[in-house]
Structures are given as C-alpha cells and as structure tokens.
Design a protein around this ligand. Structure first.
Ligand SMILES: Cc1cc2nc3c(=O)[nH]c(=O)nc-3n(C[C@H](O)[C@H](O)[C@H](O)COP(=O)(O)OP(=O)(O)OC[C@H]3O[C@@H](n4cnc5c(N)ncnc54)[C@H](O)[C@@H]3O)c2cc1C
Length: 348
C-alpha cells in the first residue's frame, strides 16, 4: 500500500487567492498542495479571459488570460503539487489534529493545515430550461463568452439582465452585425452608465424570455421570445445565442465541515484569516470580515495573511511574515539566473 504523503498546507481552489497563496506558501518553506475542481487554474477569471483588468496594483491594463498565466507562473515558482479536476467534498479532522480531505471519488489528501480559497464554490451555469437545448451547445448556444471574435458580423441574441450580460452586449455591439437582448424584467443589473450604453447600441425586449429554439441540424437559426405577462410571442432570426442567467452554487461542504458562517453563507474569519476551526484558514471571495475588499488585490492580501497564519499555527516560533522578496536569500540563485537571461537577450 502506498504511504500517505502529508503536506503542511493544502489549498482548496485555484483562483487568484489560491494561486498567490501557493506562491507565498513556498516563500514560507511550506510543503504545499493546491487542489482545483476545474481542469484549468484561474478561478473566476476564466469567465472573463478577454476582459481588461485595470485595478490590480502595479499591473498595467492586462487581459484576464494574461493575469491567469502570470499568476500560474508565479504560483509554480517553488514547484508545488497541483491537482486539477478534483472536487473536494469532505474534510475530516483526525485525532492527531491533521486533516484528511476527500474528493468526490473518495481520493484522500493528507494535510497539517487547510486553506479555503474556494470563492463562491463550484459555479454551475444556469442552463436554459428548454427541452433539447443542449444539442445546440456544440454549435451556437453559449453560456459564457471566452472568445469575442467568434461573434464578429453575427446576429447575436443575449438572454439575461445581469452585469455580465450587459457587459457582453456592449462589447459585442462593436463587432457583431446586430445584438438583441431579452430579459424577463424591465430593470437591468450593472452600472447605470453601461445599461444606458447598452440601450443605445442594442435592440432590447423586456419583459421577454426565450420560449423556443428553432434550428436545422445542430445550429439555432431563430428564437421565439414570449412576453412574461401576456404570453405574446415574437420570432427573431439569429446566428448565435448567449445565455447568462447567473450561476447556482453547488456543493456547500463548508456547512458540513461545521465552520462558522456569516448570515450570507460566507466564512467568518479572524484577523489572521483563521476560520472557527483550528488549522483551517481562508482567503478571497469565500471570506467575510469588517475590512473586506472584494477584489483580486484583496484576495492577494488575504492569501499572504492566511499563509502567515498557517506558518505560525504549524510553528508558533516562526516569524510573523516572510522576509521581503527583494532581500530574501531564497531568490538569490533565481535572481542570478534572471540577470543572465536578460544579459543574453541584450546580446542577441
Ligand atoms: C465578470 C467578472 C469581472 C470581474 N472583474 C474584476 C476586476 O476587474 N478586478 C477585480 O479585482 N476583480 C474582478 N472580479 C472579481 C474577481 O474575479 C474575484 O474577486 C476573484 O476571482 C476572487 O478570487 P478567489 O480565488 O477568492 O475565488 P475564485 O476566483 O472564485 O476561485 C475559486 C476557485 O475555487 C474552486 N473551488 C471551489 N470549491 C472547490 C472545491 N470544493 N474543490 C476544489 N475546488 C474548488 C473553484 O473552481 C474556483 O476555481 C470580477 C468578477 C467577475 C465575475
């Protein structure tokens, strides 16, 4: 039988909080493992890879995809163990105060401390509740926009009234032949200015919802919209349909683990990001506290704070935080390597 491999810290969730924490845990000499449900790292940024992010300190406007790549590069600096495609569904505290985490298939991960960087949990897109709709998912029915240019010069119907739907409508209006938006309410979410812009550049149908998809083979060619109160119907021809009806949160194993939650279901944490259970820390969108900053930058700060909490939990004599990177001996060899690479580039 294979021996159990024990890690100092296991981080659940490979979004910005989990990725930055993985790097920082390496700076603190922790043997770290990162477990992510998706087959790809990046967390929520995977929903907006083409959008430009402006508000991360010290980073010029950068696409979501580039930020993910940079976060992953940084996270792998100290060769952590990374497990993808694993949904953690249970945490068990052992008599020796270590934790065993189980994934959906029953595979176990052994760890001395845990960090929950699980954001809003496993997001599941709300799909269209129309029989047979799934057969169009391989062609022109989309639940997220990962590549704008596939909608260039197309007639696009967007169903939904939230932030993302409004954003996509405005961006696609620049490249698509026509953008039509339907929403079951008259009011839209998102910034007032964006909603106003959308109203001026798209055709809006409210309060309407998709009643029927008409297609030949595997592609939708037209859609019937029905008025939510009167049932009155209208048909529009389309080349693509984008549905953004929000997300359902699935698999709330936090409650089962007995962790103290705030009223809205997010984790209550102490100033050093520890949850109500010793040895379980948290960072990023999953936490709530008085000074909460719900931004990627906030997730970074919480991640480093939580890793420092883990370090002191495992070794109460450890320093409160890692030595700054610019003077940290850990990077001496890597800095030499970087200088040499730069010099070689200049010579070429
Ligand atoms: C459309 C949109 C635009 C945004 N724009 C900006 C912006 O411009 N600037 C900004 O600062 N913020 C922005 N945000 C917010 C930002 O994306 C989040 O604050 C950030 O992603 C939070 O990071 P996180 O690591 O805490 O959680 P997440 O990014 O949600 O990552 C959590 C990860 O944990 C995984 N996970 C959850 N449960 C489990 C489990 N049980 N087992 C295994 N894995 C699990 C999930 O699959 C996910 O990958 C935006 C958000 C959205 C939706």
């Amino acid at each position: 039988m294979q021996e159990k491999e024990m890690f100092d810290l296991t981080i659940i969730g490979g979004g910005p909080a989990g990725l930055y924490s993985t790097f920082y845990a390496g700076m603190r000499d922790l043997k770290v493992k990162l477990v992510e449900y998706n087959k790809e790292l990046g967390g929520k940024i995977l929903f907006y890879p083409e959008k430009i992010i402006w508000d991360v300190g010290g980073m010029p406007p950068t696409t979501g995809r580039t930020l993910i790549n940079q976060l992953v590069e940084q996270a792998t600096t100290f060769n952590p163990t990374i497990c993808l495609n694993e949904h953690i569904v249970r945490m068990v505290r052992e008599p020796d105060n270590t934790y065993t985490l189980f994934n959906e298939q029953g595979k176990a991960h052994y760890t001395r401390a845990v960090m929950l960087a699980s954001g809003h949990g496993i997001p599941v897109m709300q799909k269209l509740e129309i029989e047979g709709a799934d057969r169009y998912e391989i062609s022109n029915l989309h639940y997220t926009v990962t590549q704008m240019d596939i909608f260039a010069n197309k007639r696009v119907l967007i169903s939904g009234g939230g932030n993302a739907a409004v954003d996509w409508a405005n961006e696609l209006a620049n490249i698509s032949k026509e953008v039509v938006v339907c929403h079951r309410r008259d009011e839209f979410g998102g910034h007032e200015k964006n909603v106003e812009q959308m109203k001026s550049v798209t055709k809006i149908h409210t309060p309407y919802q998709i009643k029927e998809l008409h297609g030949v083979g595997s592609a939708i060619e037209a859609v019937t919209l029905a008025h939510c109160d009167t049932g009155e119907q209208r048909q529009i021809e389309v080349d693509a349909v984008i549905v953004n009806h929000g997300m359902k949160l699935d698999g709330c194993f936090l409650i089962e683990a007995g962790l103290a939650l705030e009223e809205d279901g997010f984790l209550r944490v102490s100033a050093c990001m520890e949850t109500s259970q010793p040895g379980i820390f948290a960072a990023g969108d999953v936490t709530r506290h008085e000074g909460k900053l719900q931004l990627i930058s906030g997730a970074f700060v919480e991640g480093a704070t939580a890793v420092n909490g883990v370090k002191q939990f495992l070794d109460p004599k450890a320093d409160k935080q890692a030595y700054v990177s610019s003077h940290n001996e850990k990077f001496k060899k890597k800095n030499e390597q970087l200088k040499q690479e730069k010099q070689a580039q200049l010579m070429n």
